[in-house]
Design a protein around this ligand. Sequence first.
Ligand code: NAD
Length: 257
Amino acid sequence: MSKTALITGSTSGIGLAIAAAFAGKGYNIVFNGLEKNGPGIAAETAAKFEVDHLFFDADLKDPGQIQQMVAGSIAAFGNIDVLVNNAGIQFVSKIEDFPDEKWRDLMAVHLDAAFRLSKAVWPGMQQKRSGAVINIASAHGLIASPYKSAYVAAKHGIIGLTRALAMEGGPFGITANAICPGYVLTPLVEKQIPEQMQVHGMSREEVVEKIFLKEHAIKAFITPEAVAETALFLANSAAAPFITGTALAIDAGWTAH
Ligand code: NAD
């Protein structure tokens, strides 16, 4: 029987690349995301790789919708073998102006949802005595930048959650790892380019070079496919059963200095 991967935020960017990578290995895919054309993106990706799939437009800020998504997935596929907590949002502001509700949204999507989803898939993984939880953290889980207090706090938090899950999962053959990408050119980053152009009075090229790629030792954006390969390695390789509790940087050298 095919294995099943549930990937949050998988109708865009990094999550979609992860979904395609696991579909390429024959996994059933549970897609999730808030994109309007989410059902179409999910169906198209699943068809390309000839795998079974489900799509849920569950808003991860809502614990009830998370429960329904997990229950629906288990009812259809029997078990969830791989959980990828990927969905994410960004908000940039000085701390003194940072709106409380934006702080709460970031915590809800990045941290609370990852906790609730891990909790919901855990009994099935324990019973099967195998499973992998992969949390898409960020270089901002390891270091900070100004004006991103909620994002940096949430990403540091998800690495803590990853380590705790690794401790609890070990005896049951469940691994938990975090991936810490540098900048990846997805809609999340694309959206920030015009804002930065305006704030700094720079051209697009200058913003890319002087803001986004400034700290990358390798002066390139990381590709979504490279992050997806890393996720596959952590869940579905000969090394995977022996790697747990890590925060693996794929950040073009950003955190090396
Ligand atoms: P993206 O905007 O392309 O995709 C984000 C996905 O999350 C979308 O599918 C969106 O619908 C979904 N989402 C957002 N809020 C949601 C909610 N409340 N409920 C359900 N789904 C929701 O962004 P991306 O760049 O692919 O980001 C994916 C992850 O990678 C995020 O956790 C992000 O923090 C992390 N990350 C991104 C970068 C980067 O440079 N792009 C770098 C490091 C880490």
